[in-house]
Design a protein around this ligand. Structure first.
Ligand code: B12
Ligand code: SF4
Length: 436
């Protein structure tokens, strides 16, 4: 069977993101006997070139990977569904093959997306076990083939053949584990990846990196794990394997701002880590507790000090506007950021509400969402001060601090313009491009 996987994501900010989901799915489909190609929509208009790709490859099935629903950035919200609908029209104009949807955006709203985009079928959740769905799909039905086994996750060695344009990406994603056991009130990750940790073998991860480095000259990676340090023991084993490969590899990653042993930051550096993005959310103890974050303000101080000691670049990602946020708690967060002094503080204002989260329950209880109201079109939670006042208070509290960014509004592109940004951008996290 011939399967064309189309990555629909065209969002260039904060950086063009390597379509790791379709790549892992392609590897599993190949192992199940299919001939697979990946078509990447990054930087493309849907139309003639896609038509050529479809007619040249003659797929029996077309999988479409939908990564983002929207950019989750209030008040500069970008909603991608209309662009996905236009992609579906282009595909239908070129092929009668059944279309099967998947990806994180699809998995959050499977039924609504399947019907509004007129797909033949869809896969909710991980796609490594989806081969039978491609073979024998049930029209109009969403399938959930279940969590992948960690050893079944790997990077295809023939990536250059199945995804010819992949080297356009300056940074390649790599995943070392799935699943998060924590219960932060707004988070979709436990429903996208499950609560049970599924670590990949350190040898498997290092093998993928070594293959990409040796065969394709790739040197820059992003560890996409939602929580690389959820299991410090596993993280250390992965880092030791990468460190043993010698110099030439660099990577960045997300970490929660809590590490039992600060020496791990030395190992991170030794393995080639150049930048850490901490999922910090707030600098106010009251908000950390209302968001159910499993760390304290003191943990945030400690990890920031450890990064500075090891000369590791770091940023703190923040969410302003959780239940109980006030002007005072925002000032506490700004003061903590002044104290720990990251290269960048990247702040969202308002919290995107996703189905099946505690945030949804609270928003319904507070009457912010009407009974039966869909969350597909972006809806945000705001504390009692309201949306406008939240945004105003956040901007005023931050004032002229040049290391603070509000995605979509007061961010890199608005500071220097899109063109200059593209010229300056050299790969890796965008926030590293700028000096404080
Ligand atoms: C790492 C990450 C980032 C990094 C990426 C770094 C990099 N260079 O790769 C950074 C920080 C840059 C980032 C940015 C953004 N991100 Co992000 N990110 C993630 C994260 C944590 C992991 C993504 C990942 O690579 N997963 C690993 C791959 C293998 O999983 P996957 O893509 O989901 O694919 C699996 C399944 O979905 C399925 N599948 C995928 N495609 C297909 C296709 C078919 C046909 C089938 C059957 C199955 C299938 O199978 C795959 C394998 O199991 C997810 C959360 C999460 N836990 O998923 C958010 C997430 C994807 N991000 C999200 C968002 C919103 C964004 C931003 C818009 C935020 C912003 N305003 O800046 C930007 C957009 C960037 C862009 N250009 O698109 C949302 C998307 C959903 C939504 N709300 O719209 C997520 C889900 C988080 C959330 N809030 O819920 N992100
Ligand atoms: S925000 Fe991070 S720690 Fe919290 S549940 Fe989500 S992935 Fe886990």
């Amino acid at each position: 069977m011939r399967i064309l996987l189309i990555s629909a994501n065209r969002e260039p900010f904060p950086e063009p993101v390597f379509p790791l989901g379709p790549v892992y799915v392609a590897d599993a489909l190949q192992k199940a006997g299919a001939t697979v190609r990946i078509a990447d929509m990054r930087g493309r208009v849907f139309g003639q070139s896609l038509r050529r790709e479809i007619t040249d490859f003659r797929p029996d099935r077309i999988g479409v990977s939908l990564r983002n629903v929207d950019n989750a950035a209030y008040p500069a919200v970008r909603f991608y569904l209309p662009s996905y609908a236009s992609l579906m029209n282009s595909i239908r104009a070129s092929s009668d093959s059944p279309i099967i949807l998947g990806g994180s955006a699809f998995s959050l709203f499977p039924e609504e997306m399947c019907s509004s985009l007129g797909a033949d079928s869809g896969v909710q959740g991980e796609g490594e076990n989806a081969a039978p769905v491609f073979q024998d799909f049930d029209t109009g039905r969403v399938a959930a083939p279940g969590w992948a086994d960690a050893p079944g996750i790997s990077f295809p060695t023939n990536i250059g053949e199945l995804f010819p344009g992949f080297r356009r990406y300056r940074t390649i994603g790599i995943q070392t584990s799935r699943g998060c056991p924590n219960q932060c009130i707004y988070c979709t990750y436990p429903s996208l990846e499950g609560r049970r940790r599924r670590p990949r073998s350190p040898e498997g991860v290092a093998g993928d990196i070594a293959m990409l480095h040796r065969d394709y000259g790739i040197r820059r990676f992003f560890v996409v794990d939602s929580l690389f340090n959820a299991d410090e023991g596993h993280m250390v084993s992965v880092l030791e394997k990468i460190a043993s490969m010698g110099p030439g590899i660099s990577f960045s990653c997300y970490l929660q701002p809590k590490m039992s042993d600060p020496a791990i930051f030395r190992l991170l550096k030794k393995a080639g880590c150049v930048a850490v993005d901490f999922g910090t959310d707030s600098g106010s103890p009251a908000l950390l507790s209302s968001l159910r974050k499993p760390f304290t303000v003191d943990d945030i101080r400690k990890v920031s000090r450890a990064c500075r000691r090891e000369a590791l670049d770091f940023c703190h990602s923040l969410i302003l506007g959780g239940p109980g946020e006030t002007a005072e708690t925002i000032r506490e967060t700004v003061a903590l950021m002044d104290e720990v002094s990251p290269r960048a503080a990247i702040a969202m204002t308002g919290i995107r509400i996703y189905p099946a989260t505690e945030m949804e329950r609270i928003a319904r209880e507070e009457g912010l969402i009407r009974p039966g109201q869909s969350l597909l079109e972006p809806r945000f939670y705001f504390p009692s001060m309201g949306a406008q006042s939240l945004v105003k208070t956040a901007y005023e509290s931050v004032g002229g601090r040049r290391n603070w960014f509000f995605p979509g509004r007061r961010d890199w592109s608005s500071t220097i313009g899109y063109r200059l940004l593209n010229l300056l951008y050299r790969g890796g996290p965008l926030w590293r491009t700028f000096r404080k």
